[in-house]
Design a protein around this ligand. Structure first.
Ligand code: MTE
Ligand code: MOS
Length: 786
């Protein structure tokens, strides 16, 4: 159906409505899978995992586990009736068969009458391992050429010639740490066997369709007999885009084999050990530039730690390569992506999906270029921004035709009073030997759409009941981001009814089939438009019934404020619904939508992968304690582009949350592995996510007004889920700026990410040219006035 988008957005589209579950989240009434009362015959599962990073698996025996009261069964890969494959791109096992390839790798599961019994028994399961040599780090993998797939190469122009002709050149390295998703609800799946081999799976997944397909394959069943239901996730952040299939498949295997409902919920430490994270990256580059800092040539290598299997890593690297430009025109670039195959947990999607790693690389490079030339970073940025043709071409071939980054940053410079504050900070730093402040800005451009065009489709199913109430179902997953209320606003807007009339129902594979993951920030773009189309079709039928009844043209029938009107004729929406039912007119419709015009060639890494770009800019002011290396954001100012926001309250929350999550990635969250390959940061005592006190005390978030999307998106809104995470790069750049205030003016700042106190101290000591062997903080003497 092709109802054109009305120029005026109908209420409640665009209103700052509260998240539909906000109150229930607070009171605890919102149901998560583990809150649903157990079936009386439910089994509980616990994983048996490898203690070694790389080992051949011998016989797995229940041994003393069988003596634990409540023990029911031990399940291994041999019990799988279908294919032991849950991989999203390449075949990957749910349970390891011959080789365990990371510490934490699931090799079996124990089913028991209680969770405690399952966990106690799992610890007693016996297995003989034959140790094999592991490859753990990116550097080891690069040296051993241990890769997943062939290196990915993105080229545009002649990088070697650009570098050779450049008056200035710099080369260097940057390490970027990974990040645990730390969703509040850990991975969980409940599998319930039904009659005739049918199965219902309750899964905490961003991708119910993939859970359905993979569970069916594992069980050797057609997809049609497996239903997956998801009401909400207690956070996903990308961590449940592909990997929820592993746990759903294991639960389904137990349910199938034992004929009882089976639940697998990972305790936090197991979740952190067994599920993938944001990829850590090692960046190496050679950049050539002119005296103004304009980049003439860039040869850059992005090496990511993929872990034991591919999972989504090829797609993550693709997005990283497509974001090394950020907002800048690179006339000659050669970018090589290596997916390092290591004996560590397989890394996966995480908010930004490689984009943040690509973007921080170019920002670090520009920061170095600016310091090298002794010019302000913002001035160097101006020289490099995308502009008019030919300076509007991305390395991957898409034209940047909606660029607002230069204006956004200039607006932010003025709005946040950056020039004056910079002077103030310089004066402060001159008289403050220990506390140093820094201020930096970052512009963000983020491509919206899955790089893989197949995934850019969404579906919805809408029913209007004879009492006028509306049932809305679509393929998207609610994970806290506010997708459901936004799509409900669209449906309510089409029908001209209050949003409270729209019942939001759990996402189910038997209602809307073949959907994509709710990921790549496309949830409201895809499902909002699908719901718009489904509701529009029903409205058109209702308008015809109204038109016939009153003898008016159907085209001019209006739906607003709970009424249907034409001239002086009016009817309540519910009365018309009843009327349609009496007239035997269908009040149910499915809607479908795909992004138009996107295409992509994964071999050459060229095409138009993105439907449009979302933009933002942030300025962060930080304080650094040069004795302890601790940092704190004092103030952050953000201007963010949501197009014409569907719901500014929800979008505001997404911007704040993403910034703070990005801040965690770049400052306090550090994953640490022991030399044997065991992840030691498996809980909040050793892994520090930002807390409420890390939120900038002055946090000015502004949604750009009058900024309709140029692309024909749902009511000209733009995606907001991921892009603002990268605004936090401004805080990392500000820490570099504060560190630069220490020691002799000018010169380099060597700081990787995350900027933990340890790394900040190292960066300070490098500036003071103290031997690195000194104990941390030894530089303090050099800071004190003589
Ligand atoms: N916000 C909350 N509260 N919880 C989440 O899990 N996931 C993020 C983002 N915002 C997430 C979130 C990620 S990784 C993505 S891709 C988008 O939301 C997905 O939802 P959307 O497409 O509806 O924006
Ligand atoms: Mo988000 S990383 O695309 O789930």
């Amino acid at each position: 159906m092709s109802t054109p988008l009305p120029e005026e957005r109908p209420a409640p589209v665009g209103l700052p409505l509260i998240h539909d579950s906000a109150r229930r989240h607070c009171t605890g009434e919102a149901l998560y899978i583990d809150d649903v009362p157990d079936f009386p015959d439910a089994l509980h599962l616990a994983l048996v995992t490898s203690p070694l990073a790389h080992a051949r698996i011998g016989t797995i025996r229940a041994g003393r586990a069988a003596d634990v009261p409540g023990f029911v069964a031990l399940l291994t890969a041999r019990d799988i009736p279908g294919k032991n494959d849950v991989g999203p791109i390449h075949p990957e096992p749910a349970l390891a068969e011959d080789v365990a390839d990371y510490v934490g790798c699931p090799i079996a599961a124990v089913a028991a009458e209680t969770l405690a019994a399952a966990q106690a028994a799992a610890a007693l399961v016996e297995c003989d391992y034959a140790k094999l040599p592991p490859i753990l780090s990116i550097r080891e993998a690069l040296a051993a050429k241990s890769f997943i797939g062939v290196p990915m190469l993105l080229t545009s122009g002649d990088a070697a010639a650009g570098l050779a002709s450049a008056p200035h050149r710099l080369s260097g390295e940057l390490e970027i740490g990974g990040q645990d998703h730390f969703y509040l609800e850990t991975h969980i799946a409940l599998a319930v066997p039904r009659e005739a081999g049918e199965m219902t799976i309750y899964s905490s997944t961003q991708h119910p369709n993939e859970v359905q397909r993979k569970v069916a394959e594992v069980l050797g069943l057609p997809s049609a007999v497996v239903d997956v239901e998801v009401r909400r996730l207690g956070g996903g952040f990308g961590g449940k885009e592909s990997q929820a299939t592993i746990f759903a498949a294991i639960a389904a295997l137990a349910a199938r084999k034992l004929g009882r409902p089976a639940k697998l919920r990972l305790p936090r430490d197991a979740d952190m050990a067994v599920s993938g994270k944001r990829h850590d990256f090692l960046i190496r580059y050679d950049v050539g530039f002119d005296g103004d800092g304009r980049i003439l040539g860039l040869d850059i290598v992005l090496a990511a730690r993929a872990g034991n299997v591919a999972d989504l890593s090829p797609a993550v690297m693709t997005r990283a390569l497509c974001h090394i430009d950020n907002c800048y025109y690179l006339p000659a670039v050669k970018a090589t992506g290596y997916l390092c195959k290591t004996h560590t947990v397989s890394n996966t999607a995480f908010r930004g999906f490689g984009g943040p790693q690509g973007m921080i690389a170019i920002e670090a490079i520009l920061d170095r270029v600016a310091r090298n030339l002794g010019k302000p970073l913002q001035q160097v940025r101006r020289r490099n921004f995308y502009g008019v043709a030919p300076r509007d071409a991305t390395p991957y071939g898409q034209t940047v035709d909606d660029n607002i980054a230069p204006e956004l940053t200039e607006r932010l410079l003025a709005a946040a009073d950056l020039a004056r504050r910079r002077d103030e900070i310089a004066a402060f730093n001159r008289t403050s030997p220990v506390l140093k402040r820094g201020l930096a800005l970052v512009p963000v451009k983020f491509g919206i759409a899955f790089n893989n065009p197949i995934m850019n489709q969404g579906g919805a199913l809408v029913h209007v009941y004879a009492d006028g109430s509306v049932h809305l179902n679509h393929g998207g997953i609610e994970m806290g981001q506010g997708l459901f209320v936004k799509v409900a606003q669209v449906a309510a807007g089409v029908f001209g009814v209050d949003v409270g009339k729209v019942r939001l129902s759990a996402t189910r594979t038997d209602k809307v089939p073949n959907t994509s993951a709710t990921a790549a920030s496309t949830g409201s773009d895809l499902n909002g438009m699908a719901a718009y189309r489904a509701a529009g079709e029903i409205r058109a039928r209702m308008a015809s019934v109204f038109a016939e009844k009153f003898g008016v043209p159907a085209d001019d029938v209006r739906f607003a404020e709970g009424y249907v009107r034409h001239g002086n004729n009016a009817m309540r929406f519910e009365d018309l619904a009843k009327n349609c039912w009496v007239k035997r007119v269908s009040l149910s419709a499915a809607g479908f939508y795909r992004f138009p015009g996107v295409h992509w060639d994964q071999r050459s890494l060229k095409g138009k992968p993105f439907f449009y770009f979302a933009y933002g800019a942030a300025a962060s002011e930080v304080a650094v304690d040069a004795l302890t290396g601790e940092t704190r954001v004092l103030r952050a100012d953000v201007i963010h582009d949501c197009g014409e926001s569907l719901n500014p309250a929800v979008d505001h929350g997404q911007i704040e949350g993403a910034y703070v999550q990005g801040l965690g990635w770049l400052t306090c969250e550090e994953l640490w592995w022991a030399p044997d390959g065991a992840l030691k940061t498996v809980g909040p005592s050793t892994y520090k996510i930002p807390g409420s006190r890390d939120v900038p005390p002055v946090f000015n978030v502004h949604i750009l007004e009058n900024a309709p999307s140029k692309a024909e998106t749902i009511f000209r809104s733009k995606a907001v889920g991921e892009p603002p995470l990268m605004l936090a790069i401004s805080a990392w750049l500000a820490i570099r700026e504060a560190v630069a205030a220490i020691g002799t003016p000018g010169g380099e700042v060597t700081l990787d990410a995350p900027a933990t106190p340890e790394r900040v101290l190292k960066a300070i000591e490098a500036r003071l040219q103290r031997p690195a062997a000194d104990y941390p903080g030894a530089a303090w003497r050099a800071l004190m006035p003589a």
